[in-house]
Design a protein around this ligand. Structure first.
Ligand SMILES: CC(C)(COP(=O)(O)OP(=O)(O)OC[C@H]1O[C@@H](n2cnc3c(N)ncnc32)[C@H](O)[C@@H]1OP(=O)(O)O)[C@@H](O)C(=O)NCCC(=O)NCCS
Length: 179
């Protein structure tokens, strides 16, 4: 398996990976919008190649955690998907591990993810609300998880996550319409 930065020739297969994993095109549309945005970091859009085929993709994006007194940078992991035929053999783990390495190297101290227990089990993500980090529109049963990327990486960080505007349709898919 190879984990590498995405290339333009991967764009269509990346769409197919997410559309088949999520059953709609909200995530692939998000990725295309983010690619066209000023905050996009190419090195944070990773594919996994197995047998010469692209079978998984993950993207990391800059966000901030806003409190009344402070704005703290963080990186959000979203979306992540692997073709169903290639799941359960470590592709998802390898993509996230490389993302952690690259975002840490770029100076990020905190990673956030909205997602299931996969992240807890493999990487030790914990519930972000226990640290006082919340998503924009609190709703039950949809926890944000966090992983400090350095010792003390989450210290003093609390507030509401502010996503780039390109995330709005996905946030509505995740959390329902914001007030
Ligand atoms: C989640 C996903 C990316 C994992 O990819 P993968 O290549 O199968 O991951 P790995 O092989 O590295 O790890 C598989 C492990 O994750 C666990 N896992 C997968 N989905 C899970 C879930 N929904 N809840 C808890 N654990 C989960 C598996 O049980 C397996 O555990 P094991 O290693 O102890 O057997 C893949 O299942 C997928 O594409 N799912 C659909 C899209 C999705 O849910 N994306 C994440 C959104 S938060």
């Amino acid at each position: 398996m190879i984990i590498r930065t995405e290339r333009e020739t991967d764009f269509d297969v990346i769409d197919r990976i997410h559309d088949s994993a999520f059953g709609h095109s909200v995530e692939s549309a998000l990725i295309r919008r983010l690619r066209a945005s000023s905050g996009f970091v190419k090195d944070f859009s990773l594919v996994a190649e197995c047998d010469g085929k692209v079978v998984g993709h993950v993207l990391f994006t800059h966000v901030t955690v806003e409190s009344p007194v402070k704005s703290s940078p963080a990186v959000i992991l979203a979306p992540l998907a692997v073709f169903s035929d290639y799941r359960g053999v470590g592709v998802g783990t390898a993509l996230v591990a490389e993302g952690i390495r690259r975002t840490r190297e770029a100076g990020y101290t905190l990673m956030l993810v909205y997602g299931h227990r996969f992240y807890e089990k493999k990487f030790g993500f914990t519930l972000a609300h226990e640290q006082g980090i919340f998503r924009p529109n609190p709703m039950p049963n949809a926890p944000v998880r966090m992983l400090p990327l350095t010792d003390g990486g989450a210290d003093g960080v609390s507030g509401v996550i502010k996503y780039p505007k390109e995330f709005r349709p996905l946030i509505e898919e995740w959390y329902g319409k914001e007030d």
